[in-house]
Design a protein around this ligand. Structure first.
Ligand code: SAM
Length: 283
């Protein structure tokens, strides 16, 4: 069954009386080249693949071929009969109906993938929760090798930007702390049914064994990063002192230790410099 074919997908959905729901980010892939490449980039035959949002199962079917085992978490119960039909010829997949943001994914991985050498998350993510899902996966410190996902092109550029560049934001620093991020390839809006308003890209986040930098207090580091990127046009000293109630003098001292001017902005700083300042102002 070729679900990446528009007519085949439409027929399957119609036969089960299924209507796409925009609020759940249901733009289904209809480009035959995308899923095989995503699956091959994420998995090998020893990998347990966790998919978030299988939809009608187009990527799920590819993952069944590329991985040892697939567990797909889908929020929309209405897809139960569709997935039953589209995955009926696959014997290494299990679909769990639930909210990926609320399920205990750590327990799920432990239970389902104990016989796999590694675990990968592979998904065409619902765009309304791209960053929350990615941050949830990273912050939960799950035993994951890589997260290979399709996201909006702008989100891909932000998530995979270089820390210290204009494109970077607080989320870039957070991703970079946990993972090595790369854009694998772009996917045009015409590759989806219905076509969304923007183009997409597939990114791969390969999780680091250790965080990119050493910080005294992780929660304090992320509070500092969030504050320092909140008003990008202002200097770091002004933004952070106003939003965190930290004295300007202390922030200037930290910058001077790094031989940086007091007019420095967060978008010009490296991971190491951000970590140093956070450690300096954290008692
Ligand atoms: N994988 C399919 C494809 O590529 O054609 C569908 C991708 S579609 C962009 C996103 C899917 O995520 C939909 O099937 C939607 O119902 C599901 N979804 C939305 N929110 C979810 C959540 N919180 N947890 C799990 N699945 C979710």
């Amino acid at each position: 069954m070729n679900l990446a074919d528009f007519d085949t997908l439409s027929k399957v959905l119609r036969s089960e009386g299924f209507n796409l729901k925009k609020s759940l980010g249901q733009n289904f892939l209809i480009d035959p080249s995308v899923c095989p490449e995503m699956a091959a980039s994420a998995c090998d035959k020893n990998t347990g693949a966790l998919e978030i949002g299988p939809g009608a199962g187009v990527l799920t079917r590819e993952l069944c071929g590329a991985a040892k085992k697939v567990v797909a978490v889908e929020l929309d119960e209405r897809l139960r009969p569709v997935l039953k039909k589209t995955l009926s010829d696959k014997n290494n997949v299990e679909v769990i109906f639930g909210d990926a943001m609320k399920l205990d994914l750590g327990a799920l991985i432990k239970e389902k993938f104990s016989d796999c050498e590694r675990v990968a998350v592979c998904a065409n993510l619902p765009y309304y929760i791209t960053s929350p899902i990615i941050m949830h996966l990273l912050e939960s410190r799950l035993p994951i090798d890589n997260i290979t996902v399709m996201v909006q092109k702008e989100a891909a550029e932000r998530l995979c930007a270089e820390v210290g560049s204009r494109e970077a934001g607080a989320v870039t620093v957070a991703v970079s702390y946990y993972a090595l991020a790369e854009i694998l390839f772009g996917v045009g809006r015409e590759s989806f049914m219905p076509p969304p308003k923007v183009d997409s890209a597939v990114i791969r986040l390969t999780l680091r064994e250790e965080p990119a930098v050493k910080v005294k207090d992780e929660a304090a580091f992320f509070r500092f990063v969030k504050a320092s990127f909140a008003q990008r046009r202002k200097t770091l000293v002004n933004t952070v002192s106003a939003s965190m109630g930290i004295s300007k003098e202390l922030l200037r001292e930290a910058l001077s230790e790094l031989s940086l001017p007091e007019t420095a902005r967060s978008e010009n700083l490296s991971m190491g410099e951000l970590a140093f300042i956070s450690n300096y102002i954290t008692k």
